[in-house]
Design a binder for this molecule. Structure first.
Ligand SMILES: NC(=O)c1ccc[n+]([C@@H]2O[C@H](COP(=O)([O-])OP(=O)(O)OC[C@H]3O[C@@H](n4cnc5c(N)ncnc54)[C@H](OP(=O)(O)O)[C@@H]3O)[C@@H](O)[C@H]2O)c1
Length: 190
């Protein structure tokens, strides 16, 4: 079964490593136009978007994208009756490669967009993980970017899974908003 060509992760995290607050909501103070643009342009370049049931990206071109939606409400792989470009996928019943093949995109490029457990599932497989840091936002008790956070920082988790700190891009200088693209070194396997 062909493997995906490239797997990228995209997340914006608070200073304490959270994706959302304790209620599973991203407050307005955590939404940044420059990050939204970076995220949207990134997803426009992938063949498939992968996310948990609560993490649809809700962008103007979302309807054009093929997607796998993780849920335990199906045994393995099932059609999404509301979207012919999407499949529901339960990793307990089918491999990622099987799900990509069922979607008609074996060997495609993939954008993983969360939440916590979905980001965690791919830690040993990312080619690159784009980690945006939102300055001055703290979401205590919130949903962490990876299951190991806050016991470890997000950066420490990425490094422990074979990713190296790569290019840093300032997305909004006035707000101090920047993204670091963590890259898998050529030596490490996935
Ligand atoms: N800041 C960011 O970059 C970012 C990124 C993503 C999400 N978020 C925010 O985070 C919040 C949602 O977080 P979340 O962690 O609850 O979201 P989530 O991963 O989108 O949704 C969780 C659901 O996904 C399914 N799922 C997850 N892992 C699975 C697995 N291994 N096998 C099968 N199904 C699985 C389950 O669905 P069922 O209940 O159907 O079984 C689970 O209840 C939202 O506010 C979202 O906007 C922020």
């Amino acid at each position: 079964m062909p493997r995906p060509r490239r797997i990228e992760g995209y997340a914006i995290v608070s200073e304490d490593g959270m994706l959302a607050n304790a209620a599973g909501v991203m407050p307005d103070s955590f939404k940044f136009e420059a990050d939204r643009r970076f995220f949207e342009h990134g997803l426009d370049r992938v063949d498939v978007v992968v996310h948990g049931r609560h993490s649809h990206e809700r962008q103007p071109r979302s309807y054009l994208r093929r997607r796998l939606i993780l849920t335990r409400h199906v045994a393995a792989i099932a059609a999404d009756p509301s979207n012919e470009k999407a499949l529901f996928w339960n990793p307990a019943g089918a491999s990622f490669e099987q799900a990509l093949a069922a979607l008609g995109t074996p060997g495609g490029s993939v954008g993983v967009i969360g939440g916590t457990d979905v980001f965690g599932m791919f830690l040993d497989r990312y080619d690159v993980f784009h980690l945006t840091r939102a300055p001055d936002v703290r979401l205590p008790g919130g949903r962490p970017v990876f299951p190991e956070v806050p016991a470890r920082t997000p950066e420490d988790v990425l490094a422990r899974h074979g990713l190296d700190r790569g290019r840093r891009q300032v997305l909004d200088p006035a707000k101090g908003l920047a993204v670091v693209s963590w890259q898998r070194s050529s030596q490490s396997e996935r």
